[in-house]
Design a protein around this ligand. Structure first.
Ligand code: NAD
Ligand code: DAU
Length: 364
């Protein structure tokens, strides 16, 4: 079995070439969760940027997975979709046996904190067990590279000062973040025990096109477009660091190409905002009044502040966020304005039941 050092040497050898040359060595990758928000942006970006690359997208199509997100790729012979669960061993073995795979990038997850508070079962199953099954399948198929897409929430919550670095101890506070931290620890254990060639990335809050309208920015935009109230948890003082989804995707691309095995890379947008400031910005950009704000019961265990130190990714991977928040937010609003059918189709399905359970009469 190859050790982490051997795997690192191979990556260093790859990294000594130019980006395109380097990536020519990767002909076929598997992406999981590619029908979700970040996964679909990543698949499109990679196919556009790397002309020799083929992608197989494995997705279970949960409530958050939407084939429409990649409908523009239908007929593209460099893209293939396989519907299935990352926790289904024989299914994953079959996909990995179809042809040699140069890397697996694992986006598949239950991703919404509020849903993990309502029911943590699917989070344990997909985020932890699914990651274990996927990594074991990669080991059997001798996949030479694995990237685990993780989150800054594994570090817990900050006070008014300081930043999360890759050395910050894991201290997750929600069922969602605990399941992601458990997966990260499994990845770490596989690297150290088996020489499994994995890299972990941890990113702050993403925004941009194709985000499911249960998360703050798309939820608030979609409500405001219909003159509906927006539910601000607690006092709105909680702070998140916002990053455009394409900056996150470019970070994952850089970590896939140049990240060292066994290492963690943080990504953030250097855009810290209290939720109430972001809410008022959205109201202003959409020409709505503050009468649409509803302060509702706080999220249990609500983390106060996230802030990312991403110097390691900047120095080692040559990555930095490129999208200015003001521009990215306006473009995101424009995208939701021109994709109201996309939102309407989502909102007419199972999502209605969740919305009623989560917010119910609180928005009256
Ligand atoms: P999302 O909820 O929009 O998409 C998740 C996708 O995974 C969906 O297409 C869903 O169908 C699929 N999926 C779920 N369970 C599956 C299973 N068992 N097998 C196969 N597919 C399954 O999530 P997202 O916001 O795009 O997040 C993607 C990843 O990035 C997650 O791992 C998340 O933890 C991480 N992340 C998200 C953010 C953020 O701000 N959204 C920030 C940092 C990290
Ligand atoms: O930090 C990265 C994480 O960001 C990812 O790992 C998660 O997958 C992603 O969902 C996101 O988690 P958050 O809980 O930070 O995102 P959300 O959009 O749910 O909430 C952002 C902030 O807004 C948070 O402080 C809670 C608050 N909020 C959220 C909703 C949905 C509200 O005040 N009202 C709401 O209705």
């Amino acid at each position: 079995m190859e050790g982490p050092c051997d795997a690192n040497e191979r990556v260093m050898a790859l990294s000594s070439c130019g980006l395109e040359t380097e990536f020519c060595l990767m002909h076929r990758i598997v992406v999981t969760g590619g029908c979700g928000f970040i996964g679909s942006n990543f698949v499109r970006l990679m196919l556009e940027t790397h002309r020799e690359l083929s992608i197989v997208n494995i997705d279970k199509l949960t409530y958050a997975g939407n084939l429409e997100n990649l409908a523009d790729l239908s007929g593209n012979d460099r893209y293939a979709f396989r519907r299935g669960d990352i926790g289904d061993q024989s299914f994953i073995d079959t996909v990995l046996a179809e042809a040699p795979v140069d890397a697996v990038v694992n986006f598949a997850a239950e991703s919404h904190v509020d849903r993990s508070i309502l029911d943590s079962g699917p989070f344990v199953q997909t985020n932890i067990v699914g990651t274990q099954v996927l990594m074991d399948a990669c080991r059997r198929a001798e996949v030479p590279r694995y990237l685990q897409v993780s989150t800054d929430e594994v570090y817990g919550s900050l006070g008014a000062e300081g930043f999360f670095t890759e050395e910050t101890p894991l201290a997750p506070n929600s069922p969602y973040s605990s399941s992601k931290a458990a997966a990260d620890l499994l990845v770490r254990g596989y690297v150290h025990t088996f020489g499994f060639p994995a890299v972990i990335t941890r990113c702050s809050n993403n925004y941009g096109p194709y985000q499911f309208p249960e998360k703050l920015i798309p939820l608030f935009i979609s409500n405001l477009l219909k003159d509906e109230a927006v539910p601000v948890y607690g006092t709105g003082e909680n702070i998140r660091d916002w990053i455009h989804v394409l900056d996150h995707c470019r970070g994952i691309e850089a970590a896939l190409l140049r990240g060292r095995v066994g290492e963690v890379y943080n990504f953030g947008g250097r855009t810290e905002l209290p939720n109430i400031v972001l809410t008022k910005t959205l109201l202003k950009l959409l020409g709505k009044g503050e009468n649409l704000i509803r302060y509702v019961t706080d999220r249990p265990g609500h983390d106060l502040r996230y802030a990312i130190d991403c110097r390691k990714a900047e120095e080692e991977l040559g990555w930095r966020p490129q999208v200015r928040f003001e521009q990215g937010l306006q473009e995101t609003i424009d995208w939701y304005l021109s994709h109201q059918d996309w939102v309407a189709r989502i909102r007419s399905g199972d999502y209605l039941k969740y919305y009623e359970q989560q917010y119910g009469s609180r928005l009256a």
